[in-house]
Design a protein around this ligand. Structure first.
Ligand code: GRF
Length: 207
């Protein structure tokens, strides 16, 4: 059983998917703590309903991203977290957090990376006119949505899709994919091959 720290900023439907997967025993993990950078994030309510420790670390109280990340790391360490999950966490993380959990920070992004990174993935995908979209679960590195890809799922985009409908149907596949990848982590299946100079690190999912 792995100990997860889940970082949220908003609604927390991915957090709920993780809680549900743990409850139904398809994910062998425990959420040690949920951390939000916003006191009004609904994800905090989800954590409380599930009797999971929930902590707000308000980013506005810190002068730098690094100082904020150091405070988050303190909370994660205090709860003996092993893997960190960014589940709708709308902050760029720094080497302060990444260095504390090397290759153990996972993000879910609502597009097929490397297309449409950043905070407006659905808007950008629709503006481009893609016919498929989806979601990506990846390890986090120092860039924005650039880390090694662990898994992806696809959905069709139709002519009548708008940002809201695309977000809604993307979330459905997110809720399946994220717990699945976390179960790979729980089973020790995520192997990182050291990066060759000038290359990206390679990830293998052992069977
Ligand atoms: C998801 O679409 C996720 O991919 C993105 O932010 C959204 C969070 O949704 N990073 P929720 O808070 O899990 O409902």
């Amino acid at each position: 059983m792995i100990r997860l720290g889940v970082l949220v900023s908003g609604s927390g439907t991915n957090l709920q998917a993780i809680l549900n997967a743990i409850e139904s025993k398809t994910l062998d993990a425990q959420i040690a703590v949920v951390v939000s950078n916003r006191a009004d994030a609904y994800g905090l309510e989800r954590a409380k309903s599930a009797k999971v420790p929930a902590v707000t670390v308000d980013h506005k109280a810190f002068a730098t991203r690094e100082a904020f990340d150091a405070a988050v790391v303190d909370v994660l360490r205090a709860h003996r977290v092993e893997w960190v999950v960014l589940a709708g966490f709308m902050r760029i993380v720094t080497p302060t957090l990444l260095g504390a959990f090397p290759n153990k920070v996972i993000n879910i992004h609502p597009a097929l990376l490397p297309s449409f990174p950043g905070a407006h993935a659905h808007r950008d995908a629709l503006a481009y006119g893609v016919r498929i979209s989806g979601c990506t679960v990846h390890l986090v590195d120092a860039g924005t949505d650039t880390g090694p890809i662990l898994a992806q799922a696809v959905i069709p985009v139709t002519d009548d899709d708008d940002e809201a409908s695309l977000a809604k149907k993307t979330l459905l596949v997110e809720h399946h994919l994220l717990p699945r990848v976390l179960q790979w982590a729980a089973e020790g299946k995520i192997q990182i091959e050291p990066a060759q100079p000038g290359h990206r690190p390679k990830v293998r999912i052992s069977s």
